[in-house]
Design a protein around this ligand. Structure first.
Ligand code: ZN
Ligand code: ZN
Length: 258
């Protein structure tokens, strides 16, 4: 059964996000995977359903793996997981016709403290599979959603074209990360020595209420920005789920979190 998150009034949603500087300063909050050492492996589960998406997924995993701190390893195709059910310690990468709900892509991270415990990246074929979009546009979205699952935010949210997939260029014409993104990853993952929340081979058991499908958040807050929306859901045990939405042009209805 699908659950819809009611819109929290924009008035209540005060943005605390400052304008991003041109140099690397675009971490997504303080969110990161707990890691023992660098470089670490992030397992990307390949739920991509078409050859086209699989090629884009492969390209993006290689692009992100150019980072000195991480290797993003895309699995062989796993078949359809349109719901994109999260699995502990891993990133699920999915595409599907998610409907005319207004969003092109969604990134979700589950958190214990500031540590990411699982993540998903979804691309909405209802829009992206149409002839209004090409592979460069599709890869821009995929690259950004996967980038979020590592703890990266946007370099810019104004719509300016910064030649990175972590921007909001209206033209969606930046399929790859840039040097600032790699630099930011190094800044985020400069500590190590932690008990890793990553699962490099198969899924680990997720700790935290946020990872349980039946759990309800006690608090949900929606922050609308110029080109994207962030939703923060808090659970009674302190765990959280955070969703970042990249919008297609047009109205912004409620977000299907299902
Ligand atoms: Zn840490
Ligand atoms: Zn985004």
């Amino acid at each position: 059964m699908k659950r819809l998150l009611a819109i929290v009034t924009a008035a209540a949603a005060v943005s605390a996000v400052a304008a991003a500087p041109a140099s690397a300063g675009h971490a997504w909050g303080s969110y990161h995977w707990a890691t023992a050492s660098n470089p670490f492996i992030v397992g990307l589960d390949n739920n991509l359903t078409t050859l086209g998406w699989q090629q884009l997924g492969k390209s993006s995993s290689m692009d992100w793996s150019a980072s000195v701190v991480l290797d993003a390893v895309l699995t062989d195709p796993k078949g359809d997981n349109k719901r994109c059910k999260a699995s502990g310690g891993r990133v699920e990468v999915c595409n599907g016709k998610y409907g005319r709900n207004g969003w092109l892509g969604l990134a979700q991270i589950w958190l214990s403290g500031s540590h990411i415990t699982e993540a998903t990246a979804k691309m909405n074929d209802t829009y992206l599979a149409s002839s209004s979009y090409n592979d460069v546009n599709r890869q821009h979205v995929l690259c950004q959603e996967v980038g979020h699952t590592f703890g990266l935010g946007h370099q810019d949210e104004s719509g300016a074209d910064l030649n990175t997939c972590m921007d909001y260029a209206k033209t969606l014409d930046n399929p790859i990360p840039d040097a600032h993104d790699y630099e930011q990853l190094e800044l985020i993952y400069n500590h190590g020595g932690e008990s890793s929340t990553l699962a490099t081979t198969s899924a680990s058991t997720t700790t935290g209420m946020a990872g349980r499908p039946d759990a309800r958040p006690y608090r949900a807050e929606r922050n609308d920005h110029a080109n994207h929306t962030e939703i923060v859901e808090q659970f009674a045990d302190g765990s959280k789920r955070i969703t970042d939405v990249i919008w297609a042009d047009g109205p912004r209805p409620v977000v299907d979190r299902g």
